[in-house]
Structure formats: C-alpha cells, structure tokens
Design a protein around this ligand. Structure first.
Ligand code: NAD
Length: 398
C-alpha cells in the first residue's frame, strides 16, 4: 500500500514503515557520531515505554552509545494487511534489527506494562538472557491504566486545578492562535491522573524486580518529568499532570533508601519540551513549543529528543558525573530551556503572538515537521510514493 499521513486532531492514524526505520536510523547515526559514552556505565538496561519519544531515544543512546543490552516494553498496534501498525511497532523492529546487526542484545515486548503479567514476562526474560539489570528507565506516557491489584480502569485527564483557565493555544492543523477555556478537574479526575501517570506503577516494577532478585548491585532507576514555566504551569505543573509528576517525586524518595543499601538510587529527571505523541495532546503545549523552538533555534541551542537524551547520559548518568540537582533531588536537564534570556524572549513573544505573526515569531512549521516525523513522514531518501508492505512481510498473530 501507499502510506500517507492521516491526521485526526493530535494523532496520525497511519505510520510509514520505511520512514519510521529512517527515524530510528537517524538517531543511531547521531549517537554514533558522538564520542562513545563511558564504558563503565550500565550494561543491561530495561526501558519501559521504549517505542517512541524519550524512551526510544534512551534505548538508542544506551545501546549505541555504550554497547548496552536492552529489553524494551511498549504498547503498540500491530499491522493488518490493509492497515499500518502504530509508529512504535515499526520503531521497535527497526531498533532490534539495527542492534542485532551491531552485535547488541535487544528484545522488545509488546503489551501492557501496568499489568502483573508483563512484569512476570520481563522478569523471566531478564533471568534467562541477562541475569540482572543495572538501569530501569521508566518512560511510559499513557491515557489509561488498569490497576493490577484492584482491576479499576483509571483514565487520566489533562486539566487545570482549582479555577477554570482562559488561555492562549494554537489550532495546529489550521495554524490559528486561539483562546481556550479549560475547566478545572474534579478531585476524582485528579486522583485518576495520578493513578495513571504517577509513581505507583514505577514502584511496583522496582518491587517486582527486586523480589525476583534481578536487580544488580548499584541498580539505578530514572523516571521523566516536565516542569516548564508559568506559561505552561496552568495546564501542566499546576494541573492534574503536575500532581501525577509530584507523585513520581514521592516514589523516588520512597525507593531510594532501599536501593541505597546496594549503592543504587531512584531519580526523576526533568526533561525539556519536545514534540511527542504524548506532548502533542496537551493543550497550550504546541503553542509554547512553537515559540520555544524558534527562540532556541535562533540561538543555536535547540536540542531534539535524541540530542537531549544523549546529553543526559553523557553529563548526568556517566559514572563520576557531577549531578545538576534541584532542591528535591531531581536531575535538571531543562537548564537550557529555562535559561533566563530564552524564557524572557518566549514570554515576550507569547504576549504578542497571533495568527498573523505566528510564522514569524514561532516555529509551527518545525512543530508540524517533528509531529510528522514521529509517524515516519518527512524523511529525505524515503520514497513516499512507493508501495510498502505494512506487515513488513511478517505473519501477524493477534
Ligand atoms: P511517547 O508518547 O513518545 O511514548 C510513550 C511510550 O509509552 C510509548 O513507548 C508507548 O508505547 C508506551 N506506553 C504507553 N502506554 C503503555 C502501556 N500501558 N504499556 C506499555 N507501554 C506503554 O511519550 P514521551 O513524550 O516520550 O513521554 C515519556 C515520558 O517523558 C513521560 O513521563 C513524559 O511525561 C516525559 N516527558 C515528556 C516531555 C515531552 O515534551 N514530550 C518532556 C518532559 C518529560
């Protein structure tokens, strides 16, 4: 079939197999073009949420930056004869093929990471193939979680807390700056969001791995958060998602004393805003990102997903690294985004941006380009008019 982007709101319902492979390969090429990361870092890494965004880049940087064996878990749609898979399904295959070719161990499991069944599967795989793991990257972004102990299906909500907010945003398809009204979340909606995106499942994973005896001495674990600035606080840090992210901080503090007994720790890393499937769904964020990208690109300090994660591994996860921590003990990778001069300029543009000047003061084109790339569209060298087999020649069992 000929695969073209089919966009519905903040999701693209098609993904290009060859384009997704190019996306993965470009990231690998970037990592290979950099100096190799310290050889004494983690050698066996488990990445939860490995198929896209920050999780995929973490897996690529671990594997191709320091020769790490990786197990990845994600929840992706497999293809059918007349329907493409989700992008992450193709990304996993492209990653595994490239890793295997490079002589690196890589296995990807597809299914619900919140379930006990997936935890058991991963533990069995670690026991059989790796013995133990040194690092767990927790990079899940999901709208729902079925609680493994109560069976309750929790749905997350992206809403402010307390008062309704009237705030600037952008209609990405139409390229129009709009004003949106965001109703505040109920306490129940907030609790559900914490249940999905908070730290409980991260703790369940570490507990399960620890009880199974598959954590190496000195085991570390890292989860990702976003804090941003007052422009995004109403919808993010001071909203339902912020409450969930605060719960990651709680979980890190609860886990670290236990892990410290073997020289390990649990930390939260604050990452910069990028375009991902998860972040495109958050109101206000696309407008903020469009302005931020323009300002950062003009100053030549823009980082895409893989460059950002590479800097995190190189400067914060290497052994002996001097950690850039905040008062809660989080690793701050958002230092460049939050730089005084950058934020001052973003704030100035935020006040004056409208539909007429958006292309001049913001980088909506860059936002759209990155959005399409997530689904494998827009890569040089990929023939988008060519017939491709969405199943990649595989027999797909449901
Ligand atoms: P993403 O949408 O690109 O990736 C999410 C991953 O989670 C995918 O691999 C998906 O398959 C997996 N997943 C979702 N539900 C799952 C389930 N039930 N079982 C197994 N896998 C599941 O997301 P992202 O933007 O890379 O976000 C990853 C983390 O980084 C999140 O914690 C997010 O809050 C954080 N973060 C993102 C940004 C940003 O700008 N995108 C900034 C800072 C921090």
């Amino acid at each position: 079939m000929i695969v073209k982007p089919r966009i519905r709101g903040f999701i693209c319902t098609t993904a290009h197999p060859t384009g997704c492979a190019a996306h993965v390969q470009n990231q690998i090429d970037y990592v290979r073009s950099q100096a190799s990361l310290v050889k004494d870092g983690a050698k066996r890494v488990l990445v939860l949420g490995c198929s896209g965004g920050y999780g995929l880049s973490s897996r690529i940087v671990s594997a191709f930056g320091s020769g790490t064996a990786t197990i990845g878990v994600s929840f992706e749609k497999s293809p059918e004869d007349n329907r493409t898979a989700s992008a992450g399904w193709y990304n996993n295959i492209a990653f595994e093929q490239a890793a295997t070719k490079a002589g690196l161990y890589a296995k990807s499991l597809n299914g619900d990471a919140f379930s006990d069944a997936m935890k058991s599967k991963v533990i069995d795989l670690i026991r059989t193939d790796l013995g133990q793991i040194d690092l767990l990257i927790y990079s899940l972004a999901s709208p729902v979680r079925q609680h493994p102990r109560t069976g309750v299906l929790h749905r997350s909500t992206i809403k402010p807390l307390g008062e309704a907010q009237h705030i600037k945003s952008v209609h990405v398809d139409r390229g129009e700056v709009i004003e949106v009204d965001l109703e505040p979340a109920t306490p129940e909606e907030t609790a559900n969001t914490v249940a999905v995106m908070g730290g409980e499942d991260w703790e369940f994973w570490v507990e399960a791995l620890e009880q199974a005896g598959v954590l190496a001495s000195g085991f570390h674990t890292l989860a990702f958060t976003y804090i941003g600035t007052e422009l995004t606080w109403p919808i993010y840090w001071e909203g339902t998602l912020g409450k969930a992210k605060e719960d990651l901080d709680r979980a890190a503090s609860a886990m670290t004393p236990k892990l410290a007994k073997t020289g390990g720790e649990a930390r939260v890393a604050v990452l910069k805003a990028i375009v991902s499937q998860a972040s495109s769904a958050i109101p206000v964020v696309p407008l903020y990102v469009a302005l931020l990208f323009k300002v950062m690109k003009e100053r030549d300090v823009h980082e895409d997903c893989v460059r950002h994660i590479h800097r995190m591994f190189a400067t914060q996860l290497a052994s002996g690294a001097e950690l850039r921590l905040d008062d809660v003990g989080r690793i701050r990778m958002d230092d460049v985004e939050l730089g005084h001069e950058i934020q001052e300029e973003v704030r100035r543009r935020w006040a004056l941006v409208n539909t007429g000047n958006l292309a001049e003061v913001g980088d909506l084109a860059g936002f759209r380009e990155d959005f399409l790339k997530i689904f494998g569209f827009g890569f040089a060298g990929v023939d988008y008019d060519a017939d491709v087999d969405p199943t990649l020649g595989m027999t797909i069992s449901s």
